[in-house]
Design a protein around this ligand. Sequence first.
Ligand code: 6R9
Length: 662
Amino acid sequence: MSEQPPVKTHGDALENLLHEHRAFPPSADFAANAVAKPSLYEEAAAEGPEFWARQARSLLTWEEDFTETLDWSDAPFAKWFGGGKINAAYNALDRHVEEGRGDRVAIHFEGEPGDTRTYTYAQLTEKVKKAANAFESLGVAKGDRVAVYLPMIPEAVITMLACARIGAVHSVVFGGFSADALRSRIDDAEAKLVVTADGSYRRGKPTALKPAVDESLVKDGHTVTSVVVVKRNGEPVQWTEGRDLWWDDVVGTASAEHTAVGHESEHPLFILYTSGTTGKPKGILHTTGGYLAQTAFTHLNTFDLKPETDVYWCTADIGWVTGHSYVTYAPLVNGATQLIYEGTPDTPHQGRWWELVEKYKVSILYTAPTAIRTCMKWGRDIPGKFNLDSIRVLGSVGEPINPEAWMWYRTVIGGNGGKKDVPAPIVDTWWQTETGAHMIAPMPGVTATKPGSAQVAVPGISIDVVDEMGESVPNGSGGFLVIKEPWPAMLRGIWGDPERFKQTYWSRFDNMYFAGDGAKKDEDGDIWLLGRVDDVMNVSGHRLSTTEIESALVSHPSVAEAAVVGASDETTGEAVVAFVILRGSAKDDDDIVTTLRNHVGKEIGPIAKPRHILVVPELPKTRSGKIMRRLLKDVAEGREAGDSSTLADNTVMTQIAESMRK
Ligand code: 6R9
């Protein structure tokens, strides 16, 4: 344990006001059997980029070995593993079959209504070969783009891998996005094929997808020649002859023979548009060799994966980068057995996730803080009804995880409701669509984990926190998170816009990638993420992090969830405005707002006391669980809320507006 609370202020840097100083070292047993050993850090430091060359050769099968590890001569455009040829689908599928792992379960699928399917590696390989043949028969060739607009069903993974197999570039668009959002992504990537479904099941109701595709293609001027439709929920669909084809007709009848040829290491693998931003979507481009090497390495080491025995479950949607790297690619490249679940955590009851953990004996669970906080709100009795003993590693991603939620996750989920002597370690993984793979994360079995901190750079990754001038800050101080050396899974650019790539990520500091996140180093040098820099408020000259105030609010027993924004204010520059969801009984407490203001004052300091606290029934979130503070800022500043088309639930803003009027 660190002796000092990791708090201090430093010049103009972010004020660190958290008082968290617990640390949980790995058990001797876990450490002894762990995949990642402490020596990984020394090896990486000594070897430089060659560390990654070694990982790429040991974790992947290359059709042709590479001749150059890294070409950074055209920075910031990196080339990794030049001269190498590799097929992503071959690595995820065929080689496991060829090496005698064909009977291992690749995917356990559970639909929301309770229907199940199981695919072994041999069966999944056959499906992907058929899909690859089918897409080729529709004229899709290497380099062509394919838009994927599917729910969380095995066909999503099959489609992505079939594209990778033939060298087509997939662009997955969230099933929750509107027809307009889909069209702008189709246009930007000039997609030839769209793969979709009639619909899916969410919250017990069939929801439609195909109508949005139809609507998106009404106006001429697009590049789509075929739409392949998976039959998922049997909802009636409109049909455009000559363009629309049922999956079963075209994939079902295709040949199961297909040879995977190696593509250049730098061949584009996918484009993924970043969510929640206004203006033209940013198509983040990833390529093959480096991406696969880093995703496979991190999946193995961060999660301590034992592919023969573990059952891994990442709850992320395929439309999010986490679903790309840690559902479709890394787990299959590593030969893991994974669970894919279609629906929502509360259908048909609030224990659905825990029921699935018990049923499939999930041993590694990877989810987002927003989901953990939602489960906290429902109460520990719900997971308490299930046996969670199988869980041995827990992961978190997407947002800073409040210490409160971290401790709950550890005890209630990782500790099987307190019944386990040694709860499962939690790995808080910081990374982005742009980084492609984990960048900051503890290694279970090596790192003594701290509630709320992602802590240390992944071996082979160079991370720092710098001040306004780009100078590294000392321990105990805060600033901007940067990446100092190129990394294998880094984005190779923004689709069709090299200038915007340079401008967005490489212009703020010289020769450093600016992630857009604020962070601090504690006294031990461990990194704490403080949220997006645009989520940092300036109140009377004091820089306050939304995350810290949210954590303080959530640490009060009456608060289930909280979101904080800065509203512009003539006198103080910005004023803190908090939106809170209360737990059951607190709703009848008339003094709750005063109580919470004082609580924040006590936890952080009077300067952080919210000017206004608004009690709301829900918070606006994207499908990946990120709170859209931009919309709350509109409310806080008395404006009409802006574009909410990327919200998971479109009615939330109306609910908030109604609660304001009361
Ligand atoms: C993987 C993913 C990236 C942004 C990132 C940061 C936030 C992600 C986090 C985290 C604190 C973590 N973020 N993981 N913040 N701790 N463990 O989420 O990608 O959707 O591109 O979002 O998410 O702000 O910059 P993406």
